[in-house]
Design a protein around this ligand. Structure first.
Ligand SMILES: Cc1cc2nc3c(=O)[nH]c(=O)nc-3n(C[C@H](O)[C@H](O)[C@H](O)COP(=O)(O)O)c2cc1C
Ligand SMILES: [Mn+2]
Length: 483
């Protein structure tokens, strides 16, 4: 069942005991961060701060910050259900040949009924402010002590590809500079940045952008999915929620936004204009440094009469974004296996912040297979950022990080098994020699084969015999020991 909007999601979270209302005053300057951080680290609830200091608009945070909340958000018992739905669809209509399979990817989104629908009225237009609006009216968080200011952290940023006219929606944080201007932190590899580059090249002066804050959870979640360029996030949102997303045209541009949004910021980016953005306490657990990014000028705000402001914090892991990312890992595995069926499972442990570490189990079929898989992952959408890829045999459970560490470290001859490559790296990598460009490491921790030049015998993992285990089961009980 699809949620109509953010409010219905909040009600569902509350019913499931996953949300706590905070009826007294809490400061969006640092205090809400401390609440959210403690809660996510201790398995605590999402929060609705009813009286954020300095604003009359309530703040929702940590709404996606557990696997249970992700399941509620996506209306499933387990996010594997979403993966299964995708798999079934792929199997149903699987064409022959790699190229045709690749062509399937956009088709996946085209499940007719899930196309977004254009509507002419919606809750996000209850109040239209072409003038007399201020971003300072909103309880926008100052997240961490050394942050450069207040940041909108959960925005759905809409722009259009000038060449194809296709829409993109990405989540890119926005630093508030004053009442009507913000930063636009789309990193260079992301689709918003690509649209921006193309418009500059065409010699345009302005780029229309619209930002929706707070929508139904599937629509919000779709903004972070690592989709191929020109594949509409709103179609995928329709697929996820099983119902089309209703889109409504902006007042001041021909960008469309979800009609159920709580708050919409309409505006433009002056092409060529840049301003210092950051520092910002980031999801690496470090502050990302100041850098130059485009500036977003807000020209109109449309919103609900009594909007709710949805936000998140990032910081030392695990944070809310870990659960959002873990769900991506589960949901995208079938898509990855479309191109790499030999991959059994993948895992991105929280401490690896997605881009620093990916563990892969492989059904190894030929010499050098692990390296082939590494290179394929470095060539696969946003997985290109993977700083360290560890490939193990299929009998290793990659969801068990301790098992991976134990077996992988035993299995490698480092000089032989570690592969370095150069390439694009995540913009948040503070260790690479240049921003956005650096080295990556693949570790082939599979058992080595004679065909790979390894002719020594390979030992078996130690296991007790079943017979002895069963005998000791009885003796154990006899000794009065706990099972
Ligand atoms: C809470 C949160 C904040 C994010 N902030 C940014 C950001 O500031 N800049 C950025 O480039 N990506 C950010 N991302 C990641 C992008 O949303 C993600 O890479 C997405 O796939 C980009 O979409 P695109 O491929 O359509 O550009 C953030 C993700 C989350 C979950
Ligand atoms: Mn996109």
């Amino acid at each position: 069942m699809a949620f109509t909007d953010l409010r219905e999601f909040i009600v569902a979270l509350e019913k499931a005991g996953e949300l706590k209302r905070i009826p007294f005053e809490v400061n969006p300057h640092l205090e809400i961060t401390e609440f959210a951080d403690r809660s996510v680290k201790t398995g605590g609830p999402a929060f609705l701060f009813e009286k954020p200091k300095g604003s009359r608009i309530p703040v929702l945070i940590n709404a996606f910050a557990s696997m249970r909340r992700m399941e509620i958000a996506l209306g499933v018992q387990s996010v594997d259900e979403v993966a299964r739905r995708i798999s079934e669809y792929l199997e149903m209509r699987m064409p022959q040949g790699l190229i045709n399979k690749l062509k399937m990817l956009p088709k996946l989104a085209e499940v007719g009924a899930f196309f977004p629908r254009i509507v002419s009225s919606g809750a996000c237009k209850e109040v239209i402010q072409r003038d007399r609006f201020s971003l300072f009216d909103y309880p926008i968080l100052h997240c961490w002590p050394a942050d450069g200011g207040r940041f909108i952290t959960l925005p759905l940023v809409f722009s259009k590809n000038p060449d194809t006219g296709k829409r993109n929606c990405g989540m890119y944080r926005m630093q508030v500079y004053d009442e009507r201007t913000t930063g636009m932190h789309w990193q260079t590899h992301k689709q918003g940045a690509e649209h921006h580059r193309r418009m500059i090249k065409e010699g345009r002066k302005r780029m229309d952008v619209a930002v929706a804050i707070g929508s139904d959870p599937a629509t919000m979640y779709s903004a972070i999915l690592p989709l191929p360029p020109d594949l509409d996030e709103m179609m995928i949102a329709g697929f996820l929620r099983g119902k089309p997303v209703e889109m409504i045209q902006c007042e001041t541009s021909d960008i469309h936004v979800p009609a159920n949004a709580e708050i919409v910021l309409e505006g433009y980016i002056e092409l060529g204009e840049q301003r210092t953005e950051g520092p910002f306490g980031d999801h690496t657990g470090f502050y990302s440094l100041e850098d130059e990014y485009p500036v977003f000028h807000v020209t109109c705000v449309t919103r609900r009469k009594r909007p709710i402001y949805a936000t998140t914090i990032v910081g030392p892991p695990p944070m809310e974004d870990f659960y959002m990312g873990k769900s991506i890992e589960r949901i995208f595995l079938p898509l990855m296996r479309l191109q790499l069926p030999e991959v059994r499972d993948i895992c991105m442990p929280a401490e690896g912040i997605f881009h620093n570490l990916i563990l892969v189990s492989l059904r190894k079929s030929y010499p050098g297979h692990a390296r082939k898989v590494m290179h394929a992952i470095w060539g696969l959408g946003q997985a290109m950022f993977s700083k360290c890829i560890v490939v193990v045999d299929e009998d290793v459970d990659v969801q068990n990080v301790r098992e991976v560490a134990w077996k992988a470290l035993n299995n490698i001859d480092p000089e032989r098994d570690i592969q370095f490559v150069m390439g694009p790296v995540d913009s948040l990598d503070h260790a690479s020699r240049l921003p956005n460009f650096g080295s990556k490491m693949g570790v082939d921790a599979t058992r080595k084969w004679p065909g790979e030049g390894f002719t020594r015998p390979w030992p078996a993992v130690i296991r007790m015999s079943r017979e002895v285990q069963e005998r000791v089961d009885r003796l154990w009980k006899m000794a009065g020991l706990k099972p």
